[in-house]
Design a protein around this ligand. Structure first.
Ligand SMILES: C[S@@+](CC[C@H](N)C(=O)[O-])C[C@H]1O[C@@H](n2cnc3c(N)ncnc32)[C@H](O)[C@@H]1O
Length: 274
């Protein structure tokens, strides 16, 4: 639509509303076990699906508060519309790297879902998060962008999907991705790297676990209309062309490989400030 911004038009919420994604995060929030906490920060809250999960289970007290932080204004607008019963939620427009300024008080828990891969300097960020946690405060994060998130049996699919996308891009639009436009910040760590880093900074890692989930074609279809994904896999390509090309290639490859789903690993971590 003409009067939508790019971030609104190529948004995350269609993907975020898929049932398979909901169950992954629901399981993760269960594991994070933060329901008795009074002040919780939802870092990189996006369109509010995690905020909603936290709210559903939180034992709400008079002074409970959830700070939902995101750098995308349009995601926050959607989140504010989607999160019902949001009187205890404070939406904050900020980069997570500016946490010290963005959230004034210390929190009992920080939830950081599916976003840690955006931040290049994880050491600095995890230290800043620790500074903003009360003693015994919990940091829980999950990610499917870490070193080890692609099971061996999924590699052929990604290779074929990307190769077909590049071919269609050339054939239909005479375009190719511009490697110089590649987003540089998507650095991925191994689970062991995370343990070493967290312990060095002053957390006790209580739980770190990778689990494989089956991603349906809808997952890849809708992630292909998310700005950040398109820019990550087809840098420099206009978003509308990137989206339609990825979706067309996806359909062809799923059919040719006779796939029903593709496995992907999610890492879940619960660490406590010591
Ligand atoms: C993949 S979405 C995840 C949304 C939600 N946490 C979830 O798990 O469904 C990533 C979100 O992180 C936000 N984001 C990316 N980099 C950020 C940064 N440096 N500071 C704050 N938010 C950021 C994006 O705007 C987007 O809304």
């Amino acid at each position: 639509m003409a009067n939508q911004t790019e971030s609104e038009q190529y948004a995350f919420n269609a993907f975020a509303n898929l049932p398979f994604y909901g169950s992954i995060n629901s399981e993760f929030i269960e594991l994070a076990n933060i329901y008795d906490k009074k002040s919780i920060v939802d870092l990189g809250c996006g369109t509010g699906n995690i905020t909603k999960l936290i709210l559903q289970k939180l034992q709400i007290a008079k002074d409970s508060v959830i700070y939902a932080v995101d750098s995308s204004k349009s995601a926050l607008v959607t989140a504010a519309q989607e999160v019902e019963n949001n009187s205890i939620v404070k939406f904050i427009h900020s980069e997570v790297q500016n946490l010290t300024d963005a959230v004034k008080e210390k929190a009992d828990a920080m939830i950081y879902c599916n976003s840690i891969h955006y931040v290049p300097d994880k050491d600095k960020l995890l230290s800043e998060i620790r500074n903003k946690l009360n003693t015994n405060g919990v940091l829980a994060f999950n990610s499917s962008f870490y070193e080890g998130s692609h099971p061996e049996e999924s590699l052929d699919f990604y290779k074929k999907w990307m190769f077909r996308s590049f071919r269609l891009l050339k054939k239909d639009h005479d375009l190719k991705p511009d490697k110089s436009a590649k987003v540089s910040s998507r650095e991925q760590l191994t689970p062991e790297d995370y343990i070493v880093l967290l312990e060095k900074i002053g957390y006790k890692v209580e739980y770190i676990k990778a689990k494989s989930y089956q991603v349906p074609i809808d997952g890849f279809h809708y992630i292909s209309e998310f700005k950040d994904w398109i820019e990550g896999v087809l840098p420099g390509v206009p978003l509308e062309i990137g989206k339609s090309t990825l979706q067309k290639a996806l359909k062809e490859i799923f059919n040719e490989m006779k796939l029903a789903t593709v496995p992907r690993n999610w890492l879940s971590v619960r660490a406590v400030k010591v």
